[in-house]
Design a protein around this ligand. Structure first.
Ligand code: MG
Length: 159
């Protein structure tokens, strides 16, 4: 077994929605990003790459590359899962924490978890997404952006 951790932050910018775990969530702000700005999937990709000792998301999808402009982050996740599969590795469990003052995510959690379970090919009881605030403190508390931590357990079938 291998464990990986990923962390990502995106700043809010003009817009009318954000993407989280492939779910479009209406909001009075968007997220500044080169891709679709799915900060949750970016943290998850980094956790997977970390578990596999394959570096980080910037190595495979540099934000200087026009191919990834506006990219669907689920496509990036699929590529990361391929990189692991080529090495005999597969996800076993994911636990993710979104840190944001807004938007409220409760009503979107079922769809977000369902997307992750589908993309990671996991049973629903092996995927968890939590949301918390920073009680008004710091850049997240001021509503300047949001952050995500992702922890993933990976089976290494070649080990
Ligand atoms: Mg990112």
């Amino acid at each position: 077994m291998r464990i990986g951790h990923g962390f990502d932050v995106h700043a809010f910018a003009d817009g009318d929605h954000i993407m989280l775990a492939g779910v479009r969530i209406s909001h009075n702000r968007g997220l500044r990003a080169h891709s679709d700005g799915d900060v949750l999937l970016h943290a998850l990709c980094d956790a997977l790459l970390g578990a596999a000792a394959l570096g980080d998301i910037g190595r495979y999808f540099p934000d200087t590359d026009p191919r990834w402009r506006g990219a669907d982050s689920r496509t990036l996740l699929a590529r990361v899962l391929e990189l692991l599969a080529e090495r005999g590795m597969r996800p076993l469990q994911a636990d993710i924490t979104v840190i944001a003052e807004s938007p409220k995510l409760t009503s979107h959690m079922p769809a977000m978890c369902a997307n992750l379970a589908q993309d990671l090919k996991l049973q629903a009881d092996r995927v968890n997404i939590k949301a918390t605030t920073t009680e008004g403190l710091g850049y997240i508390g001021r509503g300047e952006g949001l952050a995500v931590h992702a922890v993933i357990l990976v089976a290494d079938d070649k080990a």
